[in-house]
Design a protein around this ligand. Structure first.
Ligand code: 5GP
Ligand code: MG
Length: 458
């Protein structure tokens, strides 16, 4: 996953991009970067770590110009290396190209082979690099046609922003896997993964970039094209369940309200006999409110989060991940002791984090623990950008719900059904990709890729 941001037509373009990335930090904590363009000069600053660590005042001042793109990265393809930081920038015969990409392409190895046979030399291990090569390689004089040529080669998921010198490009793949929205600030156009980035810079929300749409922004004018055949929409449902920020609207609907509805739906499907409803903070908060409201059982904060610890999944090794789980959340013993709890969590992926948390709650004296998960069991890897890597690592792909319940030491464990999940959405069911639950991938997955993903042990 990643967060992307772009702005054109504002004298503080880089500073606003910096703020936008701040708002999108939850989408990737591994690296951050901004590229801006000013009167023939390209400026870039990037580094490993959080937005706050990568940029200081002098870096922002050095990023001159009225047009900029930015990226926060959470690597899913391409390892966590310095040369894989985005925006990825090249200088070629027709000018500069900088790209910031969210999503995973599914035909990467084919694209790479094709390009390498034609003489391209790859500098990174990122799938996104192929997009730039195709733009640079195209003989067309019209930059719009070069972009269309490039994107026409891609399969899989992409929401992206690109700088072609003084042109800002925004695009979303025809299935629309990942979000991308359009805003306006004093005549400048803004593109962002989520509306929370528009809110922070006080930009007005205009609309979603549509699936299959490409926008070209130059001199405060926007030109929109839809050059590709229509495809069935496949919005990532996991964005609503976990990934996006609750104060954002994505795909046109609010995330917090959606999560609350997930909780209500769970309360209908799998009520729990309990004294209080508590979330695993923060990802379970909104669903827990819905669950408590619907079941008319008091909501309590039973665990407190240490806000100085980043997201657990981003740590590469299992040892550090386990340690971070404990550092991050502490139960309030006086709330939990002797109580029958409904514990609400958004999802279980590998099962390791949840198990450690359940253990600390039990140790705090809980009488009964009924866990409710606001999505169905995750059984299939994601090839479109969410970090559900291999079947081996997905606990629900290998064990039954009863077995997981036992493994976690719970008195009961229930997942929301797929019907319930889709019913709770504020968009029609046909709009979504639910492949991580049912294995119905909306695009074809090349065998080489899927075999690797299904079996590889990281
Ligand atoms: P598990 O128990 O499977 O080890 O971890 C589940 C926890 O990870 C849940 O709290 C859920 O909110 C969180 N989670 C789910 N998906 C992702 C993801 O893609 N990235 C990160 N960082 N956390 C995730
Ligand atoms: Mg969580």
């Amino acid at each position: 996953m990643c967060g992307i941001f772009g702005i054109a037509g504002h004298k503080e373009a880089a500073r606003l991009t910096y703020l936008g990335l701040y708002a999108l930090q939850h989408r990737g904590e591994e690296s951050a970067g901004i590229v801006s363009y000013d009167l023939g000069r390209i400026n870039a600053h990037q580094g490993m770590g959080l937005v706050e660590d990568v940029f200081d005042e002098s870096a922002i001042r050095s990023l001159k110009g009225p047009i900029a793109v930015g990226h926060v990265r959470y690597s899913t393809t391409g390892s966590s290396l310095e040369r894989n930081i985005q925006p990825f920038l090249v200088n070629h015969k027709k000018g500069h190209i900088a790209i910031a990409h969210n999503g995973n392409l599914t035909n990467t190895s084919h694209l790479r082979e094709t390009l390498e046979e034609q003489g391209s030399i790859f500098q990174t291990t990122m799938d996104s690099e192929a997009i730039v090569h195709f733009v640079a390689q195209s003989k067309d004089r019209d930059y719009r046609k070069r972009v269309i040529h490039s994107l026409s080669n891609l399969e899989g998921a992409y929401s992206l922003v690109m700088l072609l010198d003084d042109v800002l490009v925004g695009a979303r793949d025809p299935h629309g896997f990942r979000p991308l929205c359009l805003g306006k600030l004093n005549g400048a156009y803004v593109l962002a993964s989520e509306t929370c980035a528009l809110d922070l810079i006080q930009a007005e929300y205009i609309r979603e970039i549509e699936p299959g749409e490409i926008v070209f922004i130059r001199d405060k004018k926007l030109e929109s094209m839809k050059p590709f055949p229509e495809q069935k929409h496949a919005f990532c449902i996991f964005e609503y369940i976990y990934f996006a920020r609750p104060d954002s609207n994505i795909f046109g609907k609010n995330v917090y309200l959606t999560r609350k509805r997930l909780g209500e739906e769970m309360a209908k499907e799998s009520p729990a006999e309990c004294d209080l409803v508590m979330p695993i903070p923060d990802s379970g908060n909104s669903a827990a409110l819905g669950f408590a409201k619907k079941s008319k059982i008091p909501y309590e904060v039973g665990m407190i989060r240490n806000h100085y610890v980043g997201r657990t999944f981003i740590q590469p090794s299992q040892f550090i991940r386990d340690f971070r789980v404990k550092v991050k959340l502490n139960p309030i013993k006086d709330v939990i002791k002797g109580k029958r709890l409904a514990i609400i969590e958004d999802s279980i992926v590998r099962g390791t984090t949840s198990r450690a948390r359940i253990k600390t709650i039990r140790e705090s004296g809980a009488e009964k623990m009924h866990m409710r998960i606001s999505c169905p069991p995750i059984k299939a890897p994601c090839f479109y950008g969410i970090d559900f890597p291999t079947k081996k690592e997905l606990i629900a792909a290998n064990y039954t719900v009863k077995e997981i319940e036992k493994f976690m030491g719970l008195d009961s464990l229930k997942y929301l059904s797929q019907e319930g999940l889709l019913k709770a959405m504020l968009l029609p069911a046909c709009e979504f990709c639910t492949a991580c639950f049912d294995g119905n991938y909306p695009t074809k997955i090349p065998k080489k890729f899927s075999k690797k993903m299904l079996e590889k042990k990281r």
